[in-house]
Design a protein. Structure first.
Length: 481
């Protein structure tokens, strides 16, 4: 499984008619069930450990003998990077014991603990059963991470942790105002992934305009290769390339309006144009046959086997698909193809943002320990270890010196350099998880990409879902500042 807030579980998203208010205790509807859990969680987190004494070596005032409770999403990035960082914590605080729980069932594991007021001290809140970030913030379930950001960094105590992070990481963790509720540890490049070797074999270059895209897909089709595949069971992967394309065609303000749940935001001409472009892939037979029935692993496997040329995905795919990826695959990523020279933003406009969201619960017994573990993870040593072992960048700005980058990672770094300031960061998947996954993703885009709904019908349906979310008083609403 990949590791981002956009991930999935079997059958997730087929419940768009279930109201949030009816979701109490339904673990089969992970993000919804958690809303009720948080809302009813007032049993109080007694038993906070006493704070330790602050010093140059212990700037956060960690209680050196207090146990640390750490729950990690066990996904595409695996567990080893976290285990390695825990060893550093245990070396620095030898009297402390660390309870480490890797799981793919974040909500199932943690809902009872939040209900009982005994959440862990640090959580990697990712995967299919990711807890809804907007709900957690709205229900005041999270600790403000500002003390961590203002603490001295491990590598250079003259620099605060916040000054060592990639642009946008701090802002991503904010919802309203200054508090920072989430530390996105990985830095994910989203886009269109492909085998450079396969593209070269077609004597083709990555297409910059949609006419060129259709021409490349036709060339592939004649060789018995599909142009595209995607995670059909989890079609909220499609936005990894579709959303930045919308931003490229219409400008980033179109994506902001969508995030802000503004009326008629989905009716913007750029949305219509991009939906029609993707629908053209369907109608011309450029999507791998059977794709709507494939999960993320099955679609990635078909792609690594050369059955399809392009797949929308995030940079975790290099690690996640490593078992089936040939040694000479020559993995590459590109920013999405645009329409033509009339696009508002240049070719190279890409979606890149923090992924792998770490949180410290407000009722954690040892919140200082959770913050310190994150501080260790944001050191250059831990960051390099993560990058080398899982083929992904981290939130630390840099941390790649002296590392031999893998093909996908090298391509991702090059894509970021090409994008420059033209990096977009849609926030729907952070602010409105159920809307993004279940409604826009499965009920909207999933139906269109399966050929069961037209772009016009899909836009109308998605706008209705967005309007319902905007009017739903049980949802905390957020806007770009």
């Amino acid at each position: 499984m990949g590791s981002t807030s956009a991930h999935h579980s079997e059958g997730l998203g087929r419940r768009d008619l279930i109201k949030r208010s009816a979701a109490i205790g339904l673990i089969s509807v992970p993000t919804m069930g958690f809303l009720s859990a948080c809302a009813s969680s007032d049993s109080g987190g007694n038993g906070k450990v006493e704070k330790g004494t602050k010093s140059d070596k212990n700037p956060l005032g960690v209680n050196e003998s207090a146990p640390l409770d750490f729950v990690l999403f066990d996904g595409g990035f695996g567990q080893q990077y976290a285990k390695d960082a825990i060893k550093v914590y245990e070396t620095n605080y030898p009297k402390a014991s660390v309870k480490f729980t890797p799981t793919q069932k974040i909500t199932t594991t943690l809902q009872p603990r939040f209900n009982g007021g005994t959440p862990p001290d640090l959580i990697d809140n990712s995967g299919a059963e990711q807890m809804d970030m907007g709900v957690l913030v709205g229900q005041k379930q999270l600790a403000d991470l500002t003390p961590l950001l203002d603490a001295p960094s491990i590598d250079d105590p003259s620099k605060k942790v916040r000054d060592t992070l990639r642009p946008g990481i701090v802002e991503m963790g904010q919802f309203d105002g200054d508090p920072v509720w989430i530390m996105y540890y990985a830095y994910t490049v989203y886009g269109v992934w492909y085998s450079q070797k396969l593209l070269d074999s077609l004597d083709a270059k990555y297409p910059e305009t949609w006419d060129e895209m259709l021409a490349v897909c036709e060339k592939a089709k004649k060789k018995g290769i599909a142009g595209w595949t995607y995670a059909g069971k989890y079609p909220y992967y499609v936005p990894f390339s579709l959303y930045p394309m919308i931003g490229k065609v219409g400008g980033r303000e179109v994506l902001d309006a969508i995030d802000n749940l503004e009326p008629k935001a989905w009716e913007h001409p750029a949305v219509k144009t991009c939906f029609e472009a993707y629908y053209e892939l369907v109608k011309k037979g450029y999507i791998l046959k059977g794709t709507p029935g494939l999960d993320h692993i099955q679609s990635q496997t078909a792609w690594t086997e050369g059955k399809a040329l392009f797949i929308p995905n995030g940079s975790w795919v290099e690690n996640e698909a490593a078992k089936t990826m040939p040694a000479d695959f020559d993995l590459a990523v590109s920013a999405p193809t645009g329409i033509d020279s009339s696009d508002k933003m240049p070719f190279g406009t890409i979606w890149a943002s923090g992924g792998e969201p770490f949180i410290v619960p407000a009722k954690a017994k040892n919140p200082e320990g959770g913050l310190e573990q994150l501080r260790i993870m944001l050191s250059e040593a831990s960051s390099k270890n993560f990058t080398q072992s899982v083929k992904s960048l981290t939130a630390l700005n840099g941390g790649t010196d002296g590392i031999e980058l893998t093909p996908g990672l090298k391509s991702g770094v090059a894509a970021l350099e090409k994008a420059g300031q033209n990096v977009v960061n849609p926030r729907l998947q952070d602010w409105y998880v159920a809307l993004q996954k279940e409604k826009i993703g499965v009920a909207g885009l999933g139906e269109m990409m399966a050929g069961r709904a037209t772009p016009a019908e899909t836009i109308k349906k998605i706008q209705k879902y967005a309007d319902e979310a905007a009017k739903d008083s049980s949802i905390k609403h957020y806007k770009h500042q």
